[in-house]
Design a protein around this ligand. Structure first.
Ligand code: DAT
Ligand code: MG
Length: 137
């Protein structure tokens, strides 16, 4: 099987809280390879593409506002089964109930906002990964 790639984002809350290094350390300790990495301040158009599947949902506008609130670190990450492996490292979407030991479970919480600020994004399928890597790199 060819080595897989995924898109990881350290979202604006992770960058603003100074957690980029801690998150990268977990990714590197797991053994995945950093192929490319860049700081990006996405415009609305890029985020509309990235989050197209969520258009119309109640959290969609707050999500785009949050993602435009500061830079994200975009990472092209490689390894066997890295898509499901990073999703497992990240933990469940809601940081309040994400399992301890995961990035979201250990480092995230509910800040009382209309959008879940959960520190990281990871592609959820090979199709999403290919599409999202094209959007960010
Ligand atoms: P994930 O990021 O775990 O793939 P998702 O794709 O379902 O989750 O949603 C994208 C982002 O939108 C998520 O990281 C945080 C926000 N979000 C999702 N569901 C939400 C909800 N019910 N209320 C507030 N924000 C939500
Ligand atoms: Mg998702």
């Amino acid at each position: 099987m060819a080595t897989e790639e995924t898109l990881v984002l350290v979202k604006p809350d992770g960058v603003a809280r100074g957690l980029t290094g801690a998150i990268l350390a977990r990714i590197e300790a797991k053994g995945y390879a950093l192929v490319d990495l860049r700081l990006v301040e996405p415009d609305r158009g890029r985020l509309e593409q990235h989050y197209a599947e969520h258009e119309g949902k109640p959290f969609y506008e707050p999500l785009l506002e949050f993602m435009m609130s500061g830079p994200s670190v975009a990472i092209r990450l490689a390894g066997n089964r890295v898509i499901e492996g990073f999703r497992s490292l990240a933990g469940a979407t809601d940081p309040t109930t994400a399992a301890p030991g995961t990035i979201r479970g250990d480092l995230g919480r509910d800040w009382g906002l209309r959008v879940q600020q959960n520190l990281v994004h990871g592609s959820d399928s090979p199709e999403s990964a290919a599409r999202e890597l094209d959007i960010w790199f």
